[in-house]
Design a protein around this ligand. Structure first.
Ligand code: SF4
Ligand code: SF4
Length: 434
């Protein structure tokens, strides 16, 4: 089984794993195996969607994030709250309570990721004016979906928006504005994203589309929730901290980005299994009349991220109450067009397919393995029960071909074999008696 080589936020705590196989079937990229009495994550296939964290009853799957104390690495610290953070507090009257609270926790400045979303909205609106774009254009906001496309739908890579995520854009602007305003070196300014999910942590440590992230760390909502909650009360609220539009804040919920970017002809889907079904349709050219597709790995969008505190339905409702788009100018008119050239908003590197699901790089060898796999698969019962430690009989056949499993790891094959052996012994005994 492969060992971890590149950074992944999602990890297994071996001693807590009970080998129950709950996570096995829920992984969208078939990245989990249960062998030798515990689960393993195949590093190359994991997209850090966090699905296994949600389903593990024993809390054996965890997300590695930065502790709050890590902000001390920088002389000046800026908090980048995800829009979904605002949905975590019941009875919030104003977003400014959260932003003021963050400043009281030791940050020198706060910069809303929703402001980054406003700039990205404007940039995507511009992009949609270009002729000959692949249709639909696919949102790059959820890194788990981008990685899913790399692993399972490489033919759709060209459809992915080539603009950096709102947290990256927020960090780029926040650092420059802070350094200018306070006449300090940008390198002394650290930006910390308050994250709802492990996918964003991995996107910071292991970026897609650019060499280095502008974000310096990711602190989970769960880590700061208690302290921040106490700081949302009892301070004079600084309303001037709120600069993002309601459109940007709306990105927290599934459909928020799509309605800001392309209200005319877009589709928003949440929950990774649902997203997979729609991506299959896009791959089969069945949705080519659609202009924009937004997919969120989490149910409800980022409010459903596994590192959030609040129930996603409650959080979704809170966001709805906080955003009031009535009479508010759309980012297309609010964000100055100069912002699109002032900062490096566009990907510097191509997004490449992830070949982890390929049988072999060599086509001849891949064909040979495929034949062998089909041969083995025919011998298997087809129950997809998971007792062999692979998610399906097909992946089990693949694991045997790749040398990660043995035929007899299948309990049904083992039973069959024992039956044959027992019969052979009976036959032998009879022959000896005669
Ligand atoms: S984080 Fe997602 S892709 Fe990675 S092992 Fe867990 S379920 Fe699979
Ligand atoms: S939907 Fe949002 S919270 Fe969930 S994995 Fe994607 S980016 Fe993270």
């Amino acid at each position: 089984m492969e060992e971890k080589r590149t950074f992944h936020s999602v990890r297994l705590e071996k001693e807590k794993c009970k080998a129950c196989t709950n996570c096995l079937k829920r992984c969208p990229t078939e990245a989990i195996r249960v062998r030798g009495g515990r689960a393993h994550i195949i590093d190359e296939r994991c997209i850090d969607c966090g699905e296994c964290i949600r389903v593990c009853e024993y809390h054996a799957k965890i997300a590695v994030t930065d502790p709050l104390s890590s902000i001390s690495r920088f002389k000046y610290k800026i908090a980048l709250p995800a829009p979904s953070l605002y949905g975590q507090f019941k009875n919030l009257r104003s977003i400014a309570q959260v932003l003021t609270g963050l400043k009281h926790m030791g940050f020198d400045e706060v910069f809303e990721v929703a402001r980054g979303a406003d700039v990205v909205t404007r940039a995507i609106r511009e992009k949609l004016r270009q002729p000959d774009l692949p249709r639909p254009l696919i949102s790059a906001a959820c890194p788990a979906i981008v990685r899913l496309i790399q692993v399972r739908f490489p033919d759709l890579i060209d459809h992915i928006v080539d603009i950096r995520q709102p947290m990256e854009v927020a960090a780029l602007i926040a650092k420059r504005e802070f350094a200018r305003k306070h006449q300090v070196d940008e390198n002394e300014v650290g930006c910390f994203f308050i994250t709802p999910c492990p996918a964003k942590v991995t996107a910071i440590r292991n970026p897609i589309g650019h060499e280095k992230s502008a974000v310096d760390g990711a602190i989970s909502v769960l880590e700061i929730y208690g302290l921040l909650s106490s700081h949302t009360r009892g301070h004079d609220t600084d309303e001037s901290l709120v600069k993002a539009s309601s459109w940007g804040v709306g990105w927290a919920n599934s459909g928020g980005e799509a309605s800001a970017v392309c209200p005319e002809n877009s589709m928003a889907v949440d929950g990774i299994e649902n997203v997979i079904r729609v991506l299959e349709e896009i791959e089969n050219n069945k949705l080519s009349d659609l202009t924009f597709f937004e997919g969120s790995a989490c149910t409800g969008g980022c409010v459903g991220g596994p590192l959030n505190f609040e129930n996603n339905y409650v959080a979704r409702n809170m966001i709805r109450r906080l955003v009031d788009k009535n009479g508010e100018m759309h980012p297309e008119h609010q964000v100055d067009v100069s912002m699109l050239t002032k900062y490096p908003l566009y990907n510097q590197k191509d997004i490449m397919p992830n070949t982890a699901m390929k049988l072999d790089d060599d086509i001849v060898e891949a064909m040979r393995k495929l034949e062998k796999m089909e041969e083995i698969y025919k011998r298997l019962p087809g129950y997809d029960c998971g007792s062999c430690g692979s998610p399906t009989c097909r992946t089990f056949a693949e694991d045997i071909v790749q040398g990660f499993a043995r035929d007899m790891d299948c309990i049904h094959r083992l039973k069959e074999q024992l039956k044959i052996m027992a019969q052979q012994m009976v036959n032998l005994a009879q022959t000896t008696r005669e």
